[in-house]
Design a protein around this ligand. Sequence first.
Ligand code: FAD
Length: 418
Amino acid sequence: MAESKTQKTIVIGAGPVGTLAALYAAQRGHDVEVYELRSDLRDPSTVPLNFTKSINLALSERGIHAIRESGRSVLLEQIFESTIPMHGRMIHGKDLAGKLYEKPQDYDIHGRSIYAVDRGGLNKTLLDELDAMPNVNIMFNHKLTGADFKKHKAWFEVSGSNKSGRNREIEVDFDLMIGADGAHSAARYHMMKYQRMDYQQEYIDTLWCEFQIPAREVQDSTGKETKFRISPNHLHIWPGKEFMFIAIPSFDGSFTCTLFMPSSHFIHLEATPQSVPEFFDVNFPGVTTLITRENLIASFKSNPHLPLISIKCSPYHYEDSVVILGDAAHAMVPFYGQGMNAGLEDVNVLFSFIDSEPSKHIERPSPSNLRAEALSKYSEYRKSDAHVINDLALQNYVEMRASVVSPIYAARKWLEEK
Ligand code: FAD
């Protein structure tokens, strides 16, 4: 494609990573078009990703830094308005005398926190910010179906767009495609036809299901009115050796909870859903005082039981034409709380290469050559970090569900505090 003066960047996927990437590109004056498969998530009728009501995520410095560096100064303030600091994890269990206990474990000796954030809320704030930029167009209900990365062309299926309500296909030219379309990325799939990409994917034998601890007006230990039934400033963990139940606070006083468990246990409970409360009493003591037995059964039956995928690939780009970021490049299991954070960091790292001085050996520094060099440097630099964080995420499942209650962990903590 003949390159116009203004670079045309198309972003596939309007999730947290795609929207931040679009913001970075727009801040640099590119003509930006964002293509999103689903309808606008700010429309209440849109079915949320993964078909669950909400996912609460842990936002950490890795992601915060990338948002801070977007050049949109109020963005971080707006996001922080609806986050809750979590200073550490709170381990729940039962002692040998059968008494329930809660044991806090701080994340940081300097008191720094990670932040509970609603993924949908964060995504909406980023979309609102994009709407305010004159050089950004967001196209919802547009599914990437094909791409020619030599000719810089992409094809999209637009749902229900012609008079008969049938889908139609459109062709779009671009200078750069940023694929941020999640774990099952179409951008990655089409790029593989051009690039000799190494690719490895693994489903772990664990499924997850969402539950909710509702908000309630109660008094906390200082006599203050609070909506939270347990400490809002912790990530709560009920470790269970083979499985785990966690709770992350929401701004409205409720907690979004996730049960992680091997698929065989799901199959067993699916056959006898009435036994779900007993299962919780045995394995996650105290949860039935926070969620009614009826609600536990209802959530287990109605919320999906979803898989967890781990993907490693490289390189992340093809020539000057396409680069993949976020889950599209490195979907990881959620136990390190870093999937989205690492994806947001990708955006910052990518644009730092795009902004940097080109190497001296580029003879004809055309926009295309410069972009190809930046994408290549990005792929090379980012691969080891992305692969390591993927491995750490897998390892942290053992840490969260078992090691947090082991005597070795306690001894290590004791030594650290000495
Ligand atoms: P996505 O959020 O998957 O967005 C991709 C977008 O692309 C979607 O909007 C999709 O509709 C669109 N799309 C897909 N295909 C196409 C197509 N063909 N054409 C156009 N658009 C398309 N991460 C953390 O950092 N902290 C946590 O605490 C955390 N907890 C998690 C808990 C659970 C249970 C799970 C499952 C994940 C968790 N994660 C966490 C991971 C986090 O959710 C993901 O890493 C993050 O959502 C990835 O963002 P993304 O923008 O790359 O992809």
